[in-house]
Each structure stands twice: as structure tokens, then as C-alpha cells.
Design a binder for this molecule. Sequence first.
Ligand code: C2E
Ligand code: CA
Ligand code: CA
Ligand code: CA
Length: 280
Amino acid sequence: GRVAHFDSELLAEAETSDVVRARHEMERRLRHAIETGGLALHYQPVVALPGGQVTGVEALARWDDAELGVVPPDRFIPLAEQTGLIVDLGRWVLQTACREAAGWPAGPTGVAATVAVNVSAVQLAQRDFLDDVVRALADSGLAPERLCLEITETAAITDLGATAARLTQVRDLGVRLALDDFGAGHSALSLLRALPLDLVKIDRSFVERVASDTADAVLVRLVVEAAHSLGRRVLAEGVESDEQARQLIAMGCDAAQGWLFGKPEPASPALTERLSRRAV
Ligand code: C2E
Ligand code: CA
Ligand code: CA
Ligand code: CA
């Protein structure tokens, strides 16, 4: 009765403070990692469909902490967003990705690989976000067309007018823009028109079922048609099987990413070599 109730409340409180303490510790260590170069970037190939030639990479943040071990981005990115650390973290990712990409050689056609960088809604809302992009390009010497910024619909939905205006400034620099995780959230088709996008990235959750679920296959086909009619290219995320790739090619997807084509890996001579052998 009463005692048991009291006990369970105490227990809940103890658990909560454990969670809070662990969170604080993780926040402290993440801040330390950002300040001391404890983060790394891995790069995942982006390929053109139907041929599968590598056209670029997406930069993905990695954190291997001395005490916490490998912390996945799905844990430390939300923490960084909630604590504001994402502003410094995001600036580091942008600077590092631009600097590394500036060193990649041009392919046979004279065009060098693009690098895609994830931008959080919190970062995009900063007044000096545009300055950060300008500075990353200037410091690295990377041609603006080789940088693609990926934003999610969350950023757009909060304040569509302000987001569109800000993204237009970024795009006027010559930087490319992609809408990430399309189909994962509320995903209004109207966003495809309201934002100055080059690329729409269809979320892995759709791609996963594209070969097995007719309803999802119909949806992907509709998104491809809508995007194309507005002059946007379409990339399918998380492609793991030949069967999925075949379906996505039949649906008219322009590009893909996924384990079938390559997992995220650290920058290395082998990666640079693969990027320089690009056909496009
Ligand atoms: P995202 O931007 O949608 O990135 C794609 C995620 O899917 C990556 O997870 C990638 O490793 C994973 N992936 C790629 N191909 C496949 C596949 O074929 N199968 C499966 N099962 N997964 C695949 P990752 O690296 O764990 O990143 C998770 C999320 O964390 C990213 O999702 C992105 O939202 C966020 N993130 C990562 N790095 C950054 C960053 O530098 N800044 C910001 N703001 N967010 C980041
Ligand atoms: Ca992304
Ligand atoms: Ca995505
Ligand atoms: Ca995602």
C-alpha cells in the first residue's frame, strides 16, 4: 500500500537523477571532444543511377570517447541540439568537410567529387549561419558547387518564410541544397516547391519497403514525379539490395546511397582514389 508507493517514488527519483547525471557527463565529454578535436568524419559514397558511378560523399560525424566508447550520432546529435553544442559541432563539421574535400583530385571529366554536410535546424536558425558557410568555403578554397548542405523538414516547418529566405542566400553562393529524410516526418509535398532545393533525399524507411510494399512503391514513384516536375533531383537513402536498386531505377531515381554502394568510412588514400576514378 502506502509504503510500496513511497518506495517506488523514491526509486523513480533515484533513476531520474541517474539519467540526469549520465546526460550531464555525456554533455561535458561531448563539449570536451568538440574543443579538443575528439570528433571525426566518415564519408559515405553517393552514386548516380542507373550506372552506380560515385559522384560524391556525405560527411557523417563520429565520436569515439575514451570513457563512453563509440557514441552513435543518433544519441549525440540530439544531445548537441538540446544543449546548443550543435552550433560549434556543426561549424567544425562544415570546416573539416570543406577542407578535406578541397584536397580531392578532379576526376577524368575535370569535375571533383561533391561533399554533403548535414545542417541541424538549430544551426540554420543562427544569425551568422551564412557567415559560417562563407568562411568555410574561403578557408578551404572549395568551389561552392562542390558543397551540398542537407537540411531536414523540421527546419523548414518551424518558420518556412525565414528558412526559405536564408536558404536562398546560401544557394546564391552556388552551394547545393538537399532536403534530407523526405517521407520520415510530415513531409508536405509543398516543401519541394517552397524551398530552393537541388535534391530530395527519400528516407531509408521508404526505401526499405520499396521492393515489398506496393503502397510505399506508389508513394516513392509519386515523390519522384513531383520532384522532377519541379526540377529537383531525387536520391534514395539506405539502399541495401540489388532488388531495391532495380526498383528505384525503374521509378526514375537519379542517385542513391546505401551499403550496397558503400558504407561510411574515414578519409583515406583508397577513398580519394575511388573519388578520382569517378566517371561523372
Ligand atoms: P542521415 O543524415 O539520414 O544519414 C544517413 C544515416 O544512414 C547514417 O547514419 C548512415 O550511416 C546510415 N546508412 C547509410 N546507408 C545505410 C544503409 O544502407 N542501411 C542502413 N541501415 N543505414 C545506412 P549515422 O551515420 O548513424 O547518422 C545518423 C544521423 O545522425 C544522420 O542521419 C544525421 O541525421 C545525423 N548526423 C550525422 N552526422 C551529422 C552531422 O555532422 N551534423 C548533423 N546535424 N547531423 C548529423
Ligand atoms: Ca543526411
Ligand atoms: Ca537522411
Ligand atoms: Ca536520418
